[in-house]
Design a protein around this ligand. Structure first.
Ligand code: G1P
Length: 275
């Protein structure tokens, strides 16, 4: 059972400056809902009720979002506006939220290691809120948990991307397993390779199921690409023992960490009437 979801949310969001100067990038809204809320909803849909958020300086709006706002709520009580808060109120009721701060920004691997204190010794999900996913049936995390239950090892979600974009992602190589056309046993993974060095065009997106031994591996993972501690490098250690599955998820992903992806997501959700 996967009971906890870790949300690394300490990053600066420099691609969205000046919007992210005083506002966490995870609070940027697609229509009326902040990115982090879409992420929490996806976790909840996968029957995860414990949200572990790794924050940093200037991120207090995240905590306030998942809490009551007495004055505001009092103000709109019994008005037609109250319904606008019903979704977030229901989330707050169903989930617990815990927080820890990443003091130094040393990469995604380091952020995940910072979350160890909230996770403990059990397998857990990781969700990067700027990758916004939507699907017709089960959400991406829900799909990945099914894969985890079968293989009992770390799982990364992947998507085929244009070859010239490999330097934006962790990229995997692997072999299809059990006659499937969407599930690979990972043999290699590289963080943000040049297209000429990339083993494939299969990119890791911001969804992971990790087994807790990843924390020990991260403790001894040396800084990699960009001088940061990379989760991709730690996962490669597990992959060398055949313990990483890559799963081509069903659904659609928007890279809301980029302006193009953000606009695309906004238009998509608007056209779906998801207000
Ligand atoms: C991180 C990971 C990368 C992964 C990506 C998914 O990169 O390091 O391996 O492909 O998330 O969104 P970032 O986007 O934080 O630079």
């Amino acid at each position: 059972m996967i009971k906890k979801c870790l949300f690394p949310a300490a990053g600066y969001g420099t691609r969205f400056l000046p919007a992210t100067k005083a506002t966490p990038k995870e609070m940027l809204p697609i229509l009326t809902k902040p990115l982090i809320q879409y992420g929490v909803e996806e976790a909840l849909e996968a029957d995860i009720y414990t949200m572990a958020i790794v924050t940093g300086r200037g991120k207090r709006a995240l905590e306030d979002h998942f809490d009551r706002s007495y004055e505001l709520e009092h103000q709109i009580e019994d008005s037609s506006k109250e319904v606008l808060l019903s979704e977030i109120r229901s989330l707050i009721k169903q989930c617990t939220f815990s927080y820890t701060r990443q003091v130094d920004m040393k990469g995604l691997g380091h952020a995940i290691l910072t979350g160890k204190t909230l996770i403990g010794d059990e397998p857990f999900a990781v969700l990067l809120a700027d990758d916004l996913c939507t699907s017709v049936g089960d959400g991406v995390l829900g799909q990945m948990i099914e894969v985890y239950e079968k293989y009992q090892c770390s799982v990364v979600a992947i998507e085929e991307i244009p070859m010239e974009q490999t330097d934006r992602y962790g990229v995997i190589a692997g072999n299809l397993v059990d006659g499937t056309d969407d599930t690979y046993r990972v043999t290699d993974m590289v963080e943000k390779p040049d297209p000429k060095d990339a083993p494939t065009n299969m990119a890791i997106i911001g969804r992971y199921i990790l087994t807790p031994d990843i924390f020990d591996i991260l403790e001894s993972t040396k800084p990699g690409k960009g001088g940061e501690i990379q989760i991709t490098d730690a996962l490669l250690e597990q992959a060398k023992q055949g313990k990483v599955i890559a799963y081509k998820f069903k659904g659609k992903r928007f890279d809301c960490g980029s302006v193009d992806g953000f606009v695309e997501a906004t238009n998509y959700f608007y056209n779906q009437g998801n207000m």
